[in-house]
Design a protein around this ligand. Structure first.
Ligand code: HMG
Length: 389
């Protein structure tokens, strides 16, 4: 019996800043951002949007179409947690009206947690194939203003329905795994911006990839040529090209620009204009590939590399299922990305500097453009969510 992704939906903020604007203010050659790191725009969440509203916005259209019956597991993957105790997924569970008979929890291991959630959901569904699991990965990437990480911020969420006999991607059981105690990127509980040793983090990312890939090949008996399309965790898109060049070199393959674009380029478009969405990022890339690849990928194998700083990494794969295109939300994704509002630098900085109220009083937030839900405010330290219209 196959297990995997039966439906997948992406959501991001309705606001962005163009990296040409940021480059102008920072006195940086825009090519450094657009060519050097491969990013063009970054999504900025307004004050009434957070990981819960984004996650619920990603999941709602899935559930409206697929129903809520038999969803006995909701895994919420994030590293932008809003509470040290309560799982963010419980807010989403309430907003979406999911059945009370449901295990709901939050998972954390930097950007890897989305993949941890997906693999755990597959295991749970394999144990009881009559049930379904909802996996939500949702994050806001935030670095200090004017730091090297600043142009790699972003935000977004992906919701995936995991079932037996999935109609989009059946996951293979073989994986390559890697854990190592490194301090390449971290965020102590008292900070709301990540700390990062940027260049070190990219080196570790590539080392982890090679280790996972080696194991994956040994476990599966597959090689570079058995993978039709490659998706990589995308903190910024240029890293995927470097990662792919590394795998090709290890396989003794001379990679042309055309091959690079065909094999690994299809997943980059959304991330270039959304930015890093941490736990969701790999799956934003997968969504982009499935939505926009001109060739029918039915029966083809997609390889995926997940990396979470700290670090844990995994190489795994799945086979695209016939008819998958009818299950996608491609038009909705394109409409979302084409209808966003551009922020000026001043607006971006004002939003960035808004401090979340911590005094226990009642604070209601201004209404911005959001998805179907918004963070209305906070009262007695309790977040208040509501339908947006
Ligand atoms: P930087 O200081 O901007 O680096 O930081 P740089 O000066 O080396 O420039 C970057 C690239 O732009 C270089 O290319 C330059 O040559 C090029 P490379 O040598 O790398 O091939 N460049 C130009 N290209 C064209 N025209 C120009 C020009 N000028 C320079 N005029 C860094 C870059 C990525 C380190 C920084 O943005 C950063 O710290 N980002 C955050 C950390 C990060 O994303 N790390 C990635 C791996 S870790 C990871 O993926 C996990 C993560 O998602 C978190 C999680 O797991 O939760 C981050």
């Amino acid at each position: 019996m196959n297990v995997g992704i039966d439906a997948i939906r992406f959501y991001s903020s309705n606001y962005f800043i163009d990296l040409h604007t940021l480059a102008g203010v920072r006195g940086v050659d825009p090519d450094k951002y657009t060519v050097g790191i491969g990013q063009e725009k970054m999504a900025i969440p307004p004050p009434d949007e957070d990981i819960v509203t984004m996650g619920a916005a990603a999941a709602k259209p899935l559930l409206d179409r697929e129903g809520k019956d038999n969803i006995e597991l909701l895994l919420f993957a994030t590293e932008s947690g809003i509470d040290q105790s309560k799982a963010a997924g419980i807010f989403v569970h309430g907003l979406l009206g999911l059945p009370a008979r449901c295990r709901t929890l939050e998972l954390k291991e930097a950007c890897y947690s989305g993949t941890a959630a997906l693999q755990l959901a597959c295991a749970a569904v394999a144990r009881n194939p009559k049930t379904r699991a909802l996996v939500i990965a949702s994050d806001v990437a935030r670095y200090e203003l004017a730091s090297p990480g600043e142009p790699t911020q972003g935000c977004g969420a992906v919701a995936m329905l995991v079932t037996a006999n999935p109609r989009i991607l059946a996951l293979d059981s073989e994986t390559g795994l890697f854990t190592s105690d490194v301090m390449d990127f971290w965020r102590p509980n008292y900070r709301d911006q990540a700390l990062v040793d940027g260049k070190y983090s990219t080196r570790i990312y590539l080392q982890a990839l090679q280790e996972c890939w080696k194991q994956y090949r040994e476990q599966s008996g597959r090689s570079f040529g058995d993978i039709a399309r490659f998706c990589y965790h995308l903190p910024f898109t240029r890293i995927a090209e470097k990662a792919h060049e590394r795998l090709a070199k290890d396989a003794g393959i001379a990679l042309t620009d055309e091959h690079l674009a065909q094999q690994a380029g299809g997943s980059l478009g959304y991330n270039k204009i959304v930015g890093n969405s941490y736990a969701a990022s790999l799956y934003v890339g997968l969504n982009c590939l499935l939505d926009n690849e001109p060739e029918d990928l039915s029966g083809k194998r997609i390889g995926m590399f997940s990396y979470g700083s700290g670090c844990v990494a995994e190489y795994f794969s799945g086979v695209v299922q016939p008819g998958y295109r009818e299950r996608l939300f491609s038009d909705e994704h394109r409409a979302l990305l084409n209808n966003r509002t551009e922020l000026t630098y001043r607006q971006y900085e004002d939003i960035y500097n808004l401090a979340f109220p911590t005094d226990g009083g009642t604070h209601m937030f201004s209404r911005y453009r959001t998805g179907p839900y918004r963070l209305a405010g906070v009262k007695e330290h309790k977040r208040q969510y509501e339908a947006a219209s």
